[in-house]
Design a protein around this ligand. Sequence first.
Ligand code: ADP
Length: 432
Amino acid sequence: MSENQNRERNGLIAGLIVAIILGALTGYIAELVALFLVVYVAFQFAQLKKLYVWAQDVNVDELPFEDGLLGQLAEHIQQCKKQRIQQKESVKYQLERFKKLISVFPDGVVILSLSNNIQWFNDQAGKLLVLEKRDTGKPVNQLVRSPAFTRFLKGASEESVTIDGPSVETNFSTEKIEIRVLPYGEDERLLLVRDVTKVERANQMRKDFVSNASHELRTPLTVMKGYVEMLLLSTEGEEKFSPPLHKVEQQVIKMETMIDELLALSRLEDGNVENTASSVNLRSLCEQIKLEFDGAAEKNEQVLVFNIEPSISLKANKVSLLTVVRNLVGNAIHYSARGSVINIGWTVNDDSEGVLFVKDAGQGIAARHLARLTERFYRISEKNTLHKTGTGLGLAIVKHELERHEARLVIDSKIGEGSTFQCCFPAARVER
Ligand code: ADP
């Protein structure tokens, strides 16, 4: 026990002894002891209250008691107070540093609450989203008015959204901004805002170039194709001319296909929203495909087997769906061996998605290629294939067309065993 505690205890015992002696002398022992205890407790209570009031005030430095147990306690509290002040200063300093660091970021940063209210933003975010300090606490989608952004905030299924910069109206040169959302802390989200005006302009230039060049190349190619066909007819059977002319014809066809596909991709990229909610019966769509491809399949001694119930329809765009199935069935024919069977069917997967699939027993695709097949111009070595006029654009178009229907392409393949291309449509698009 410390010296202070001993002194405190001895004082209490001495007081009690004095009260007992006085009680014995006057004949009121119990009353005097009780009186002493009441006075003692009241005194201690007043001291504790004084200590409490002092402990609450961070600005008062002077100790309320110099010695005794309460003095010791006050000293301890004083130390804790000092530590807390130091910690607060350090957190404040770190926060300032963090804010300074974020403020020199070239990108905008906004901290949002889970209900999308703005908690804090850096200067760059203020510029890009035209926010002012008084906007702190307000819902961000009321300040950044864009339906695409509001949809993105609600779902955030895509990685990012690109919208017109609200600052266009304020003559700031940002035309396009890209916004991403990241979870941050337990109940906050981080909005990252980037100026993508230059990237978007370059993208637009690329799109315009591809589209214009494709249009311009179409006419000379049609002329060339006409002359090649004419020459082929007039030199029929001539060993010297026929093979090279056939090669030229093959390349002209390839270029023509490439131009058509590039133009189709340009149209898809422009995102012109055509109706994607008509009721399209899959059975009759496949009958059309069968008519188109039966000839090509027969030539390769292949069989097309369609297995789709007549009752199944999709809310979709018919032309888009035809493009998708045409590409997949065309590929299955091109990349399968003679005499093989190609199955086209319908099923529902574990995620309740409606799946239209094209399954072949062809050469198959090595796993390392699978993730890249939907990239433009991506082709697996031409050496092993009979399909010499392929462009590598077909599956890119398929992917884009499916995206317009919120659908996805799943490719399953094994070398030597064949491939299955599945178009998975959300349940909401399936009609029975
Ligand atoms: P293209 O067929 O015009 O070359 P695609 O984009 O349709 O272009 O296909 C890209 C590549 O994917 C093809 O070059 C081919 O190597 C491979 N591929 C596509 N479908 C199949 C298939 N059913 N079986 C094997 N390989 C395929």
